[in-house]
Design a protein around this ligand. Structure first.
Ligand SMILES: Nc1ncnc2c1ncn2[C@@H]1O[C@H](COP(=O)(O)OP(=O)(O)OP(=O)(O)O)[C@@H](O)[C@H]1O
Length: 247
């Protein structure tokens, strides 16, 4: 059985006048249900990598990005990026996203926000919405709009929303950056716990290496190559230590 996600020699380059930035991913394989932690100093391309993984950013031609849905054959995405047509439904179905600060829609209640991905994918499952809200301790505030929620409650709602359509992967970009240490640890462990129950793989980026080390994760980091051209850094994805450090 192959990996759920398999990347080889994939890259993205950004350019902005004299300034350039390149991200190189020599190899990244993620198994179904695996939990992956991504670290790296500011500006090394963590967000860019998560955008690449989540089909929000086109890779340069030439590399391999293969996705294996739960059912059906593996999909090689290079062709889909040139056609674009099939990409949005695939992204919507296979991925759930947890942004840094919740990203909830202000005019919907918490419960309606959680149910939104199900509506978008035309897969209503009110039972799962109720279950996720309960598991994340959000019952008492399920009928409130985001402005009346604490930052921690918004982040937990974002975690519930990311899992509501039973995605194969959850991509979380510094999901605890706005939380205090206690709430950060709680949100992170709820993210892993709820994803594990639904069998979703999680790819989470964080500046907080100590926090990531508390969990049993496959860890990767991004590092700038020391001998890059001036103004044109090249960042590379590297498996951390043995690549499977448990806390
Ligand atoms: N259009 C562009 N041209 C050149 N470089 C760019 C462009 N847009 C962004 N960059 C650079 O891309 C790099 C990667 O940015 P990214 O936001 O992915 O980093 P990050 O590791 O997530 O940072 P942080 O931890 O601060 O959120 C940054 O160094 C940024 O300066």
């Amino acid at each position: 059985m192959g990996a759920a996600l398999d990347i080889r020699d994939l890259g993205v380059s950004l350019s902005d006048g004299d300034r350039g930035f390149a991200l190189r991913v020599p190899e990244l394989r993620i198994a179904a249900g695996e939990t992956v932690g991504l670290t790296g100093p500011s500006g090394t391309g963590k967000t860019l990598l998560l955008e690449l993984l989540g089909l929000l950013r086109a890779p340069e031609p030439g590399g391999v990005y293969r996705l294996r849905p739960a059912e059906g054959p593996a999909r090689d995405l290079a062709a889909l990026w040139t056609g674009r047509g099939g990409l949005a439904p695939l992204r919507g179905r296979l991925f759930g996203f947890v942004p840094q600060t919740g990203g909830l829609l202000p005019f919907l209640t918490l419960a309606e926000n959680v149910a939104l991905p199900q509506r978008i994918c035309a897969r209503p499952d009110p039972g799962l919405v109720t279950d996720l809200i309960a598991r994340l301790g959000l019952d008492p505030v399920a009928g409130l709009r985001p402005e009346r929620l604490s930052i921690g409650q918004r982040q937990r709602a974002a975690i519930a929303r990311a899992l509501a359509h039973r995605p194969r992967f959850v991509i979380a970009d510094e999901p605890t950056a706005a939380l205090d240490p206690e709430n950060a640890a709680e949100a992170m462990s709820l993210l892993f716990e709820t994803a594990a129950r639904s069998g979703a793989a999680v790819i989470v980026s964080s500046h907080d290496l100590d926090l990531l080390k508390r969990f049993s994760l496959t860890r990767y980091r991004l590092e700038i190559d020391p001998d890059h051209a001036p103004g044109r850094p090249v960042s590379r994805l590297i498996a951390a230590a043995d690549g499977r450090e448990a806390a």
